[in-house]
Ligand binder design. Structure first.
Ligand code: SF4
Length: 375
């Protein structure tokens, strides 16, 4: 099983916290779609013998594409893989792009999962993040998607935002669970270099929230979502039974994936590849068959670190048998030593052959992961 990711690098305007590659000049949209199609065709031999079970349109803002754009891209992919092998076809959308007609078109094309960038249900916070929509519009989009027939809807939320109180967060969470969606992704805000938020942080115009507020907000997230029937199958991802994201689960379990478009990443047989994060250069170089990507072969340490990082963030945990069978004795011994240290701290435990983070230590998962890293 493997997945295909398509990066659509356009946004009407940039959100203050976001470091995903995208540009606000939409004039190159058609040229981009042609280049994307040409990249997919030129790399068909990488994926046409894989069993591709998920396709994910992310970005950027895939909802800025037209029905015809989406059909051309998918038709190209379906020339090389059987359409029926694709169980999950997801598109990310922004609430402000959505019309009833566009949702009908998405259903007609075959999208069976929609991920709506709601981010918050508090208008002041949305404004501060430079989002284009307000809370009402976000709620209306979710309801419209339900009305038009989407049965697998995911929404995004951000917490740990400066000046967001626990009550603000609780109120956004209560609205989120009242919407009867199947999946919620909730990420703690990080100040990424190069973003407007990062500059503001450096200038002292924004302040990070305290560690204890972060913990309180994370605990509130778990409390409300678990009580409402959402399973935290990954530290930032919550799903109703059977509605876990198959595409993201593929990333976390080390399956192959193929990313197309500027800035997209791919992974196959221990080789990681990433496309250039520059639309003009991407279009120019894909068209002329010049190199528009870099790649690296992961070392055994890299693979170990990646397995720990992705596995410990999930409820399923890290498969100990896989670790023992696939890594050399030096790494295995290093792992066993660190495991004993973490066990004494009551940070981790082994359940049915899988290493997991203890329930009351989930909020320090990143710290535990970095202790396990072999450098
Ligand atoms: S969060 Fe989404 S809409 Fe906002 S800049 Fe990033 S990709 Fe664009």
């Amino acid at each position: 099983m493997a997945g295909i990711y398509l990066h659509i690098p356009f946004c009407i305007r940039k959100c203050g916290y976001c470091d995903f590659y995208s540009i606000t000049d939409l004039s190159l949209k058609d040229k981009f779609v042609d280049s994307l199609i040409s990249e997919i065709s030129s790399r068909k031999s990488e994926f046409n013998e894989e069993q591709i079970s998920t396709i994910y349109f992310g970005g950027g803002t895939p909802s800025l594409l037209t029905k015809q754009n989406l059909i051309s891209i998918l038709d190209t992919i379906y020339q090389y893989i059987p359409k029926k092998s694709v169980n999950e076809l997801t598109i990310e959308v922004n609430p402000d792009d959505i019309t009833p007609e566009f949702l009908e078109e998405l259903i007609e094309i075959g999208f069976n999962r929609i991920s709506i960038g709601t981010q918050s249900f508090n208008d002041d916070i949305l404004k501060m993040m430079n989002r284009r929509h307000d809370a009402k519009q976000a709620m209306k989009t979710v309801q419209l998607a339900q009305k038009k027939g989407f049965k697998n809807i995911s929404i995004d939320l951000i917490y740990g935002v400066p000046d967001m109180s626990l009550t603000d967060w609780e109120s956004s969470l209560n609205i989120a669970v009242s919407m009867n969606v199947q999946h919620i992704s909730a990420y703690h805000l990080t100040f990424e270099k190069g973003t407007p938020f990062y500059s503001k942080l450096k200038k002292g115009e924004l302040k990070e929230i305290s560690d204890s507020d972060s913990v309180d907000q994370y605990q509130k997230l778990l409390e409300i979502l678990n009580r409402s029937g959402f399973n935290d199958y990954e530290i930032s991802n919550f799903a109703q039974n059977g509605c876990e994201s198959q595409h993201n689960s593929g990333y976390w379990s080390g399956k192959n994936y193929f990313g197309f478009g500027p800035g997209a990443h791919s992974y196959k047989n221990n080789i990681r590849r990433w496309n250039i994060s520059n639309l003009l250069k991407y279009i120019k170089n894909v068209g002329s068959y010049k190199s528009y990507f870099s790649n690296e072969t992961l070392s055994e340490e890299d693979r170990f670190n990646e397995l720990i990082m992705l596995g410990l963030r999930t409820r399923k945990g890290v498969d100990m048998n896989f670790l023992n069978d696939n890594f050399n004795s030096e790494i295995w011994n290093f792992f066993k030593k660190e495991y004993e240290i973490q066990k004494i701290k009551s940070n981790v435990f082994i359940d049915n052959g899988f290493l997991k983070v203890c329930e009351n230590k989930r909020f320090i998962t990143d710290q535990i992961i970095s202790d396990f890293f072999k450098i």
